[in-house]
Design a binder for this molecule. Sequence first.
Ligand code: NAI
Length: 342
Amino acid sequence: LRDSFITRSAKSVKSYTRQFQPQASTFKVAILGAAGGIGQPLALLVKMSPLISDLHLYDIANVKGVAADLSHCNTPSKVFDFTGVSELPNALQGVDLVVIPAGVPRKPGMTRDDLFNINANIVKTLVEAVADNCPNAFIHIISNPVNSTVPIAAEILKQKGVYDPKKLFGVTTLDVVRANTFVAKKKNLKLIDVDVPVIGGHAGITILPILSKTRPAVTFSDEETVELTKRIQNAGTEVVEAKAGAGSATLSMAYAAARFVESSLRALDGDSDVYECSFVQSQLTDLPFFASRIKLGVKGVEAIISADLQGLTGYEEKALEDLKVELKASIEKGVSFAQKKA
Ligand code: NAI
């Protein structure tokens, strides 16, 4: 089965032009919010995927130029641009996977929850269109606050009678990418080998890296655990502050989102060995949505992996109990927003 350009090490850069062999199947992918800080580098990265035949770029403005520019890259996927709500249905026709990075990003001093009012409405409108035009597609929600926008999307899909919990994903891959990077650096490990599961949600203390389950097995002192956990939880704020008003993480986010797209397409293509962490409908805890490692298959979430929650350290147990309070409130806020709008 095909290897992913994005999950491979530097050697893939050398060999990636040789990957474009005729493929068994290819997929149509739409990016909604494609002209934004995340949307543009994400579109570039997924344009490199041999698994994509058509790349649909949608935004309310500035998407024509992005599409014209990208279309000159000599990789196989064809690029199409769609601007404004009148073109949204066409952007979604026949699409297998929709990624939603549309919305406003954080500025210094803002929490992800501060974005709620604007982004909740944007996600609602876009998911309604997905329900009407490509109800069987995988949906990747990037727009924050993910802890609320995913429950909003679920409610909208339910209202439209097309909700398939196995196909709705909150993108938390960036938390895993950051955890892997920071742990590898701290422990002097080869980056490509490190895998840290991150569970819970995608905001502040709801982001819980399970450092005790790091692969390869490695031990952390109590101080290291606290320091690394906090850094992973606050990594987004690190970027927001460094950008000083110019937005939030876009490049690392695009990288992480492209990895999740590639993993999903590999699963759709029949690869039976695809695992990622994602915020999905879940029965792992008493909360209706929860991020954990999942197995991806042709129908979406094939299994939710419970092993990472077993045998937690005392620190992790307590952090898990603490995060549930905030996560529950964020989920309920999303659900009640969508129900009020119904
Ligand atoms: P940005 O402002 O640079 O881009 C957003 C894009 O969305 C713009 O091109 C804008 O025109 C477009 N847009 C706005 N309303 C739209 C609508 N109704 N339909 C289609 N497009 C629309 O923002 P950036 O930095 O790309 O961030 C986007 C979102 O991603 C934010 O909500 C941010 O908080 C979130 N984010 C999520 C992360 C995660 O790990 N899940 C990490 C980083 C950011």
